[in-house]
Design a protein around this ligand. Structure first.
Ligand code: IMP
Length: 215
């Protein structure tokens, strides 16, 4: 279990003008925090680490929608490339679950399961949960306790981001892409009230963006 690529608290990120940002978000963002290329490079290595540990048996990759969908798709592409290019390969099947725990930029105490396939299919399987971000850890702990009720053979969790926050329950995923400071981030499928999923880089919003998309 590694803490991933640690981004320090005083990391300033990058000026928006150095990257391509969709016009409709130009006035809503403060800085680029993790450029898309760096996300991809780190994801490639996560795929290798996961296959090293789980690559003996059929893997059921479980995507936590909606925020996990970009990371899920890119991670699986790298795992598929490893399967194509090495002496051993394992079948990979996919499944999807939808949870909701956020209102504006505040984590709420209740985690709601608002979708998902027939979870009994996970019984006896090696499951890889693919999540976008762990903040307090409550969402993942809730999901793990739901899944354990279906008796999977093994469950591992990979999260692209883990937030360093005093609100953490202490939960840590098995694999972490980046450990980030206690900031609300958007982009690469992470949203603020459904906006900013269509942004390639992980960015920090400005006050204008927060007000504009507040509900
Ligand atoms: P937790 O239960 O507090 O760990 O929250 C995890 C969930 O909150 C994630 O799956 C995200 O949906 C959401 N979340 C937490 N922090 C952020 C953020 O900085 N940006 C966007 N969504 C976030």
């Amino acid at each position: 279990m590694s803490s991933g690529l640690e981004i320090p608290d005083d990391e300033k990120g990058y000026d928006l003008d150095l990257f391509c940002i969709p016009k409709h978000y130009e006035n809503d963002l403060e800085r680029v925090f993790i450029p898309h290329g760096l996300i991809m490079d780190r994801t490639e290595r996560l795929a290798r680490d996961i296959m090293h540990d789980m690559g003996e048996h059929h893997i059921v990759a479980l995507c936590v929608l909606k925020g996990g969908y970009k990371f899920f798709a890119d991670l699986l592409d790298y795992i598929k490339a490893l399967n194509r290019n090495s002496d051993k390969s394992v079948p990979l099947t996919v499944d999807f679950i939808r949870l909701k725990s956020y209102s504006n930029d505040e984590s709420t105490n209740s985690v709601k399961v608002i979708g998902g396939d027939e979870l009994s299919a996970l019984s006896g399987k090696n499951v890889l949960i693919v999540e976008d971000i762990v903040e307090t850890g409550k969402t993942m702990q809730t999901l793990l306790s739901i899944l354990n009720g279906y008796n999977p053979k093994m469950v591992k969790v990979v999260s692209l981001l883990v937030k360093r926050t005093p609100r953490s329950s202490g939960y840590r995923p098995d694999y972490t892409g980046f450990e980030i400071p206690d900031k609300f981030v958007v982009g690469y499928a992470l949203d603020y009230n459904e906006y900013f999923r269509d942004l390639s880089h992980i960015c920090v919003m400005n006050e204008h963006g927060k007000q504009k998309y507040k509900i």
